[in-house]
Design a protein around this ligand. Structure first.
Ligand code: UDX
Length: 429
């Protein structure tokens, strides 16, 4: 099938590439001419395992192309996916101006029936607004259907999440759109749930908020584990063995970050407020998440007494492992806080250095993980990169001024670290 994807950011680019991989003809659109040039030249603006190879393969096969022209893409495609940014506003609500602008632009160039699919994460009822907008500006009266088709891909495993999804959700009210969408997703061999437009939009917010809730829940349990001498890893294992609960997203740490959870949660709270429901539970989830970073900092302060002029080595700057994304990264927030208190920070991340550098003036970025430890009074693990399990911890210990090791992601084995001579502490263990 011929598909257009408007917006070649994270979601648009990965979605378009995976659609091409299963045999569809995909045109990805972006209004950033430089980005389109870069993609045409085979260079990828983000780090995502497996993506670059798939893009090259599908471009070479003639199934994937890039353009700046919405009109050109829509002329050639039966289905048009909108995957433009929906950034947060200072009051927690979502800025829908990009979606609105794209809806108007689509309306202006429609000449034949099209399915317009919203992929961006949006407040409930946005699909209805998109349909109203297209209707208003669609002077020729061309018929179209609007579908909500939320994405559930995680950065760092986006290609795998898309190629082997747990479920596919789309919301629509017409048979025709249902048939077309089912056809698009048939090659993915995943369960398909068809709902109304509003339910599909809510599934996205409710899912992400629930995952964030799981993380805050286990982080709160971790605090109780610390106070009682229990081990949060064992508690999570015991809880997770119950299939009604599940072990995933019960990893205690310094809190969730990234471009989705913080934004989606505050948006859901705001949407609920607007609809007359005070979602206090989710406000607590946010509160626990903020508190988690503060509790970790308190531990560091308690050990080092004062942070001023202390040398601190930080491993990890990305908001999680396997990505170069530093948006709303708790690791970055931690570093900023320590720098504000006068600490001298050396930091390393396997992929995120380039993106982190402009955010961290005064921080020394090192070429290897081991180098953060030179003369350090403490070393912190701030991102769950598996690479950090296998760094030369012996060398790190030798290079340090004092052997304090704070593992904010429960990545390392406490017994091993203690055997190496570290004064090791982690979260809830
Ligand atoms: C998330 C959702 O998982 C995905 O379905 C959605 O479409 C987009 O938002 P993403 O933000 O890429 O994906 O990353 P995710 O793996 O969910 O992690 C989010 C944050 O939670 C990270 O900061 C991570 O470190 C943290 N996390 C995750 C925990 O602290 N503990 C866990 O057990 C899991």
């Amino acid at each position: 099938m011929n598909l257009a994807i408007i917006g070649s950011g994270y979601v648009g680019l990965v979605t378009g590439t995976c659609f091409a991989e299963v045999g569809h003809n995909v045109i990805c659109v972006d209004n950033d001419a430089k980005k389109v040039e870069m993609l045409r030249a085979g260079r990828i603006p983000i780090y995502e395992p497996g993506l670059e190879d798939l893009i090259k393969k599908n471009v070479a096969a003639g199934r994937l192309s890039f353009t700046t022209s919405i009109q050109d893409a829509i002329d050639k495609s039966l289905v048009v996916f909108i995957a433009v940014p929906t950034p947060p506003q200072p009051d927690g609500s979502v800025d829908l101006s990009y979606i609105e602008a794209v809806a108007r632009e689509i309306a202006g160039v429609l000449t034949d029936y099209r399915v317009i699919v919203d992929k961006s994460t949006v407040p409930v009822k946005t699909g209805e607004k998109v349909a109203q907008t297209i209707n208003r500006y669609n002077k020729k009266g061309v018929t179209f259907d609007v579908v909500s088709n939320p994405e559930f891909l995680r950065e760092g495993s986006a290609v795998a999440d898309l190629m082997k999804p747990d479920r596919i959700v789309f919301g629509t009210s017409t048979e025709k759109a249902t048939e077309i969408m089912t056809e698009i997703y048939k090659p993915f061999n995943a369960p398909i749930l068809v709902t109304d437009l509003n339910s599909a939009e809510l599934i996205k917010h409710a899912s992400n908020s629930f995952l964030a809730l799981k993380i805050s829940y286990i982080n709160a349990v971790a605090a109780i584990c610390e106070a009682s001498g229990a081990d949060v890893e064992k508690v999570a294992e015991g809880m997770g063995a119950d299939h009604r609960i599940g072990r995933a997203f019960l990893n205690a740490g310094i809190g969730y970050g990234g471009s989705c959870f913080p934004k989606d949660l505050s948006a859901f709270i705001r949407i609920s407020d607007d609809l007359g429901y005070d979602f206090k539970l989710l406000k607590q989830v946010e509160e626990i998440n903020r508190g988690q970073r503060e509790r970790f900092l308190r531990k560091i302060r308690e050990s080092l007494w004062v942070l001023r002029d202390k040398k601190i080595g930080v491993l990890g700057l990305a908001f999680k492992g396997n990505t170069d994304d530093v948006r709303s990264s708790v690791a970055i927030e931690l570093v900023k806080e320590m720098v504000k208190e006068g600490a001298k920070v050396r930091a390393y991340d396997p992929k995120a250095m380039e993106k982190a550098a402009p955010m961290l003036p005064g921080v020394t970025l090192t070429a290897t993980a081991e180098e953060v430890a030179e003369g350090a009074d403490a070393v912190i693990v701030a991102t769950e990169w598996t690479d950090f399990k296998t760094v030369d911890w012996k060398k790190i210990k030798q290079a340090m001024n004092s052997p304090l090791l704070f593992d904010g992601r429960n990545l390392l084995d406490p017994a091993k670290m203690k055997a190496l001579g570290f004064d090791y502490s982690s979260i809830g263990r």
